[in-house]
Ligand binder design. Structure first.
Ligand code: NOJ
Length: 497
């Protein structure tokens, strides 16, 4: 019996940019509640909320100053409870974003650093570890009290790393999970979870061995986390963000018996849009998984340039079909279901430290001609510019258009729910003519999917008896013989008779 997180798709909400209910230009939890029916109509099983906790917002919520309260700009705990109840009423699960590796420098634990020294990572002087983000540089900052020591920050100096080798830290972070589990949440996306295990000796990184992440203690740490989730039954999800060098590294985390249920594997966000590259990468990952480990797939999130901009318009529809027909859980990032592109940000409106504003621009809900310049996202001035394409690219217009990208996602996710082959069936890749730019695979007994990665027409070698179920272009007759040529950027789900 598959779990809910295996059968259904999971939709990422970046709360600042989803929907603004109070007109201050920043999305909020009541705004999310007001748009839940969009998710029901889309047909996802769950939503994952990027952080909405109290935060000075140096990294827009990934710098948490109180793990168990809501930032006023997003609402209140009561708003959260209302949202959770409304989601559950509609049969939607709710996954929170847990940020275990670092707090904000404004968190009371760091403020209390004189007494809680052991909760953070200190050294007399920096080693060679480097911080992430474009500004990079040493991952060490001077003790704000001038004690002469330096503290570790794998990201911004405003995000000091917790020391998970300190048992009190582990216990406190487990209690954060319990706080939300008791409120009824269905799981957690775990921010940079591979970083909560570091070499306690703080040794220098080596060519083939990082000492600042993915250390030997990792497996036991995950088992501890799983134990907390299992205090609340066996249905709560642990999905981890894993930026690791190889797919074999990612697979380890889901192959461990008490590891993650799902892993975000970023290999496919780094690949060129090529059928051969995807076939190679997918085959590699499927082969690395040991049953009952289950794959998950994502092609967008709030840290990456959107697929429509990264690879071009012709990739949008086949990507939708790929994500919804692979064996494994699809993750969508808000706006992906509209084919939204990165939004150009003029220099004076740049707010992110790492160039990620274009993919975080607000979601267009309705045409500006009807809803005003905020396009149904806000009645105020949006915190980031609205897409200039909002007249065509908005949820209301696309919902009314039987051939839109939104309609395609709805049809695909419905098909995936209905057809056992598509949510549960085995996958087998099918050979295609050399250099065809076509990725083709069989799902279960009866379904075959062929995707043209090229913007130009390409031939497909179908198995005998393949008939159209659904084309990405939403204009082929169901039941007709599967086409010998796919149009540029076309994909077809076919059924074998
Ligand atoms: C990964 C998150 O996805 C990203 O947005 C954030 O900046 C870093 N982790 C640090 O928390």
């Amino acid at each position: 019996m598959l779990k809910w997180w295996q059968r259904g798709a999971i939709y990422q909400i970046y709360p600042r940019s989803f929907c603004d209910a109070d007109g201050d230009g920043v999305g909020d939890l009541p705004g999310v509640l007001s748009r839940l029916d969009h998710l029901v109509d889309l047909g996802v099983a769950a939503l994952w909320l990027s952080p909405f906790y109290r935060s000075p917002m140096a990294d827009f919520g990934y710098d948490v100053s109180d793990y168990t309260d809501v930032a006023p700009v997003f609402g209140t705990l009561a708003d959260f409870d209302d949202l959770l109840a409304a989601a559950h009423e509609r049969g939607l699960k709710v996954v929170l974003d847990w940020v275990p590796n670092h707090t904000s420098d404004q968190h009371p634990w760091f403020q209390d650093r004189q007494r809680r020294r052991r909760w953070y990572v200190w050294r007399a002087e920096p080693n060679g570890w480097q911080a992430q983000f474009r500004r990079g540089g040493p991952a060490w900052a001077p003790d704000p009290d001038g004690a002469g020591d330096v503290y570790l920050h794998s990201f911004l100096p405003e995000q000091p790393d917790l020391d998970w080798d300190e048992p009190e830290v582990e216990a406190a972070m487990h209690d954060v999970l319990r706080f939300w589990l008791q409120r009824g949440v269905d799981g957690f996306r775990m921010d940079v979870v591979y970083r909560i295990a570091k070499d306690p000796a703080l040794g220098e990184n080596e060519l083939h061995r990082r000492h600042d992440q993915d250390w030997d203690t990792m497996q036991a740490r995950l088992a501890g986390i799983r134990g907390v989730l299992e205090e609340h039954g066996d249905d709560r999800l642990a999905v981890g963000e894993l930026h690791l060098p190889t797919q074999a590294d990612v697979a380890r985390y889901v192959n461990w018996p008490a590891g993650l249920h799902l892993a975000h594997n970023f290999h496919f966000l780094e690949l060129p849009w090529s059928a051969a590259a995807f076939r190679h990468g997918l085959t590699e990952f499927y082969d690395l998984l040991e049953a009952p480990a289950w794959p998950a797939w994502c092609l967008n999130n709030h840290d990456y340039s959107r697929l429509a901009s990264r690879h071009g318009e012709h990739a949008v529809r086949p990507a939708a079909m790929l994500l919804s027909t692979l064996r494994g859980t699809p993750f969508l990032f808000q706006g992906e279901e509209l084919g939204l592109r990165d939004v150009p940000i003029p220099p004076e409106r740049v707010v992110d430290v790492d160039g990620r504003d274009p993919q975080r621009a607000p979601l267009p809900w309705a045409p500006p001609a009807q809803a005003g310049p905020g396009a149904g996202f806000t009645t105020g001035e949006p915190w980031l510019p609205m897409t200039p394409d909002a007249t065509q690219v908005n949820a209301a217009t696309q919902a009314a258009d039987p051939r839109s990208v939104l309609t395609l996602y709805r049809r695909l996710l419905a098909l995936r729910r209905e057809q056992e082959d598509l949510h549960s069936g085995a996958i087998a890749f099918l050979d295609q003519p050399e250099d065809a730019d076509v990725l083709a695979y069989r799902r279960g007994d009866d379904h075959v999917i062929a995707l043209n990665f090229s913007p130009d027409p390409r031939p497909v070698a179908w198995p005998d008896g393949a008939n159209v179920v659904l084309s990405t272009h939403l204009d082929r007759e169901a039941g007709a013989a599967a086409p010998a040529n796919l149009r540029g950027g076309e994909g077809v789900v076919a059924r074998l008779s």
